[in-house]
Design a binder for this molecule. Structure first.
Ligand SMILES: Cc1ncc(COP(=O)(O)O)c(C=O)c1O
Length: 459
């Protein structure tokens, strides 16, 4: 069109009021929640970038489609529509709905993974890691070296280190590696994409060693867009064709439909192995529900089916990736370090670089996240030692590889001025970085501690 502004390719149809509580109320909220932003009431937050999961705005097509939801317990029409859309996209034979992504993980790992096994992944997401470890298995990360360096510019920093993958499988013993996973895009590694060439290289190792390959494909469409715009040979292919090619490389996937499903709830496990699928459905009945609804209402299945179609629209994906980049450019221009290049769904502030005076066991990324809330009512999430560190008896926590604050952008939700406001808050807080202090944990759960831990500021 000749104009360079990429506008939101939608207009607002329904609104929800948001408000900034005063400073005193924000302090009281922090105190009450034990300096854990998961403990805030959403009404205490003005811009909520805690997660892009289930927080997006649905379209009029999705909402009206929900009226067509068939709530039959068994064999609902909505299930067959959902199944058709998922099968067309992924090509997998067995489609199993679940109430969200971690339920698909739990069921897959209960069926496939035994004590003492090892599951490699570029970087396990927290629920994926916890579900692998819950089976008594080892969740092994082998993202490429560039993916561990926040400031390094590379197009596919979610790629798997192929030599490390092979060495891990052979070192542990092929018979104790029931499957390998690749997370697209790599959420815990900065929302970075995985190239098609890397997926093929992972497949080659898996074929060679006889290990099934699964995708953690929550953000398959964003990954497809990065392949289209960054990987030679894909510029003229549609996001859908690229996504189909990605899925065809693997044997199955776990998906949280709360991301690129553009839905507020839902997920699925899809795979080709009939035996695993049979066992998974038996477990599903025990924990989620009958195989044609898997913990979801018929109207949820309709919303997901439509969302999976809408998310592959080029205009949407161009806007989506650009709007994330826009926030990163704003804070980078003020000299604030972030994971580079920006991920698809989030900007990751590099707290280790911004707060070098706070050691990992005093949780620099948590300190930064708390300060963003205190200053401007903006909620992000710590992805650092609170989330991934390990408590050790009588010693400081084993630190996480990176100390990041993730500002995840809900889909189709906030406008450019909301994002401008977030940029202003981040820049203001960063200007006071030297005055910030760390935290200590006073209460924590044995796994996924970041959801419920209570902290105290260090003086
Ligand atoms: C990469 C990845 N895998 C799995 C999950 C788990 O999905 P859910 O929150 O729907 O259980 C998430 C959620 O954020 C994720 O980002």
């Amino acid at each position: 069109m000749g104009y360079k502004t990429i506008i939101e390719p939608f207009r607002v149809h329904t609104v929800q009021a948001i408000d900034l509580p005063d400073r005193e109320a924000r302090e009281a909220a922090l105190d009450r929640s034990g300096y854990n932003l998961f403990g805030l009431h959403a009404d205490e937050v003005i811009i909520d970038l805690l997660t892009d999961s289930g927080t997006g705005a649905m379209s009029t097509r999705q909402w009206s489609g929900m009226m067509l939801g068939d709530e039959s317990y068994a064999g609902s029409r909505s299930f067959y529509r959902f199944e058709e859309v998922v099968r067309d996209l992924t090509g997998y034979a067995e489609i199993i709905p679940t109430h969200q992504g971690r339920a698909a993980e739990k069921i897959l790992f209960s069926v496939a993974v035994n004590e003492g096994d090892l599951v490699p992944n570029n970087t396990h997401f927290d629920t994926t890691r916890a579900n692998v470890e819950y089976q008594g298995a080892i969740a092994f990360d082998c993202v490429c070296a560039e993916g561990r360096d926040p400031s390094f510019e590379a197009p596919f920093k979610g790629d798997v280190d192929i030599a490390a993958l092979r060495a891990a499988i052979e070192g542990h013993g092929v018979e104790r590696v029931p499957l390998a996973m690749v997370t697209v895009t790599n959420n815990s590694g900065g929302g970075q994409p995985v190239s098609m060439a890397n997926l093929r290289a992972v497949r080659a190792v898996c074929d060679d060693l006889g290990v099934p390959l699964f995708l953690d494909a929550c953000r398959f469409a964003e990954n497809a867009w990065f392949i289209k715009t960054r990987e030679p040979g894909y510029a003229d292919k549609s996001p859908k064709a690229i996504a189909q090619e990605m899925f065809a490389i693997a044997d199955g996937c776990t998906v949280s439909a709360k991301k690129d499903g553009l839905a507020n709830i839902g997920g699925f496990l899809a795979l080709n192995d009939r035996q695993w699928a049979l066992q998974a459905r038996n477990l599903l009945i025990l924990t989620e529900g009958f195989p044609t609804y898997g913990g979801l209402a018929g109207y949820d299945l309709e919303a997901i089916a439509t969302g999976l179609e809408e998310v592959l629209d080029e205009k949407y994906l161009r806007y989506r990736i650009r709007s994330t980049e826009y926030l990163a450019e704003k804070v980078n221009a003020a000299g604030i370090p972030t994971v580079r290049p920006p991920g698809g769904h989030a900007v990751y502030l590099d707290a280790m670089a911004l707060l070098p005076h706070i050691p990992p066991h005093e949780y620099p990324a948590q300190a930064l996240a708390v300060e963003l809330y205190r200053a401007g009512g903006v909620r992000g999430v710590e992805i650092g030692t609170v989330m991934f560190g390990r408590p050790r008896d009588g010693q400081p926590d084993e630190p996480a590889a990176m100390e990041l604050v993730r500002l995840a952008i809900p889909r189709r939700m906030y406008t450019q001025s909301h994002i401008d406001y977030v940029g202003e808050v981040v820049i203001d807080v960063a200007s006071r970085a030297a005055d910030m202090r760390g935290y200590r944990i006073v209460e924590q759960a044995p796994w996924l501690r970041h959801f419920t831990a209570r902290l105290e500021p260090l003086s």
